[in-house]
Design a protein around this ligand. Structure first.
Ligand code: GAR
Length: 221
């Protein structure tokens, strides 16, 4: 008797910008027997190059243009309606530059991930590379975390470190951090799709059913 086919987790990606993280995820999910499928890519910016990348990969896209909504609540309600239409098992924020309302976050709690360009809990918010340079940090990096109502404050799953060089500008540093994002994010998304990652409550991560003792960190090379 043949085993019934198991549905792969449905991944929905939200992006606002150039979509290089999306591209890394698209390439990763193309690997043979990948345990998940990107079913749609959404953006709040009609001109986002991420939409173009998705279309080129044959992935459905949608746009909810935030400039057309009177309030954050109205925008998020429409975004949520569109997102739910794809019945995602996992929502991946890949450079999605919107602050989400608590209602939207709660709707996808435990199944929404974000990549943030700093070693959280350092430097939540914007201009992280500049802030790391100004603080004289020798090591900067990227974090992947579960999204909770606490902005950039959800529990961190994994980080990758990047050495700060004496002659770095925010741009050169951002470029090297981005390279690490492209390695780290697909690893974590794969873990989720394999059923290895769970959010327990607001702040505890289970990995293979066990509490994660420390945040996995890829050291600077
Ligand atoms: C990435 O550096 C990502 O970490 C950052 O936006 C960039 C998107 O690049 N996200 C945030 O700052 C979220 N707070 P991409 O569009 O090329 O993937």
């Amino acid at each position: 008797m043949q085993a019934a086919p198991v549905d792969k987790p449905r991944i929905l990606v939200l992006a606002s910008g150039s979509g290089t993280n999306l591209q890394a995820l698209i390439e990763s999910t193309r690997e043979r027997d990948y345990p998940g499928e990107i079913v749609a890519v959404g953006s709040n910016r009609p001109q986002s190059f991420a939409l173009e990348r998705a279309a080129q990969a044959g992935i459905e896209t949608f746009t909810v243009d935030h400039t057309r909504f009177e309030s954050r609540e109205a925008f998020d309600a429409e975004l949520r309606r569109q997102m739910e239409g794809y019945q995602p098992d996992l929502v991946v924020l890949a450079g999605f530059m919107r602050i989400l309302t608590p209602e939207l976050v709660r709707a996808f709690q435990g199944r929404m991930l974000n990549v943030h360009p700093s070693l959280l809990p350092k430097y939540r918010g914007l201009n992280t590379h500049q802030r790391a340079i100004e603080a004289g940090d020798l090591v900067h990096g990227v974090s992947v975390h579960f999204v909770t109502e606490d902005l950039d404050g959800g529990p961190v799953i994994a980080r990758a470190e990047v050495e700060v060089r004496p002659d770095d500008s925010p741009e050169t540093l951002a470029e090297r951090v981005l390279q690490q994002e492209h390695i780290l994010y697909p690893i974590v998304v794969r873990w989720f799709c394999e059923g290895r990652l769970q959010l327990a409550g607001q702040d505890r991560i289970l990995f293979d059913g066990q509490p994660m003792p420390t945040v996995m960190t890829l050291p600077a090379s």
